[in-house]
Design a protein. Structure first.
Length: 265
């Protein structure tokens, strides 16, 4: 029974709080460039937002249980990149000719609630770039809001419709969407509790839109995690103020242990 005594001793060595943290339920949010995210629930369900196939980002072929498309532009609606797309919800549908209409979504897929808010891709009621839809996803006691290609500040009614938000994904690159200063104002309107993840901004090799510097300027509580595309979020996480998280758009390269250099003594 020596092995049992060793096991007990090892467990006793670790603080209870650390063990509880390791066992805590977590959701995972991954960014794949532009506005494409994958939300993995604590139960392993996959929700993909705005799938795209832009060569600069080279997104992988993901499997989704739910796919959400904010609007019918080709850097947001490429469901063919998915190995499995699950249930697909489009916030804006193309009708006859070039006419588009919002689609109201308020559905449950298992334990996941999905709803949306119709808004515009520009600041002139869609006259330049058309309609957009922002999606709100509730899972594991957390609320995630993906604003799509929002192009304007929100009205009081729109803020009320969105409601409480824990994690906000917001465009900041300007030109076609909110720019950095406008995005700051929308963050103040929504007041996310835990995290703010900038999206839809220029990166090296893709300068069609502006980079994130305007949005980050004079911001406090910024965490840069550019060596990973994944953010783990404990479902019981508490925070006094939200953190702006800058993710990379690629998963860290996997190291083949067979190719690792031998460690010198």
């Amino acid at each position: 029974m020596k092995w049992f005594a060793v096991l007990v001793a090892c467990v006793a060595f670790f603080p209870a709080s650390l063990l509880a943290q390791d066992d805590a339920k977590k959701v995972k949010l991954r960014w794949f460039g532009q506005s494409m995210f994958q939300l993995e629930t604590a139960g392993g369900k996959s929700i993909v937002f705005d799938p795209q196939m832009m060569p600069i980002f080279s997104p992988p072929r993901l499997t989704a249980d739910v796919t959400l498309i904010s609007h019918p532009h080709n850097d947001h609606n490429q469901v063919e990149i998915l190995k499995e797309k699950g249930r697909v919800f489009e916030g804006v549908k193309v009708g006859k000719g070039t006419k588009t209409d919002w689609v109201t979504v308020d559905e449950k897929v298992g334990a996941i609630r999905i709803r949306n808010l119709g808004n515009f891709h520009d600041a002139v009621n869609g006259m330049q770039r058309g309609k957009n839809s922002s999606f709100i996803v509730e899972t594991d006691g957390l609320v995630f809001c993906h604003l799509g290609d929002l192009g304007h500040e929100l009205t009081a009614d729109q803020v009320k419709t969105i409601g409480k938000v824990d994690v906000l994904m917001i465009p900041v690159g300007g030109i076609y969407t909110l720019n950095g200063d406008q995005a700051k104002k929308v963050v103040e309107q929504i007041k996310p509790r835990l995290y703010i993840l900038p999206m839809h901004y220029g990166v090296p090799g893709f300068d069609d839109i502006l980079g994130p510097s305007e949005f980050l300027d004079e911001q406090k509580n910024v965490k840069k995690m550019l060596d990973t595309n994944e953010l783990e979020i404990p479902v019981d996480l508490k925070a006094d103020n939200p953190t702006i998280v800058m993710l990379g758009w690629r998963a860290p390269a996997k190291v083949d242990p067979k190719k690792e250099p031998e460690k010198k003594p």
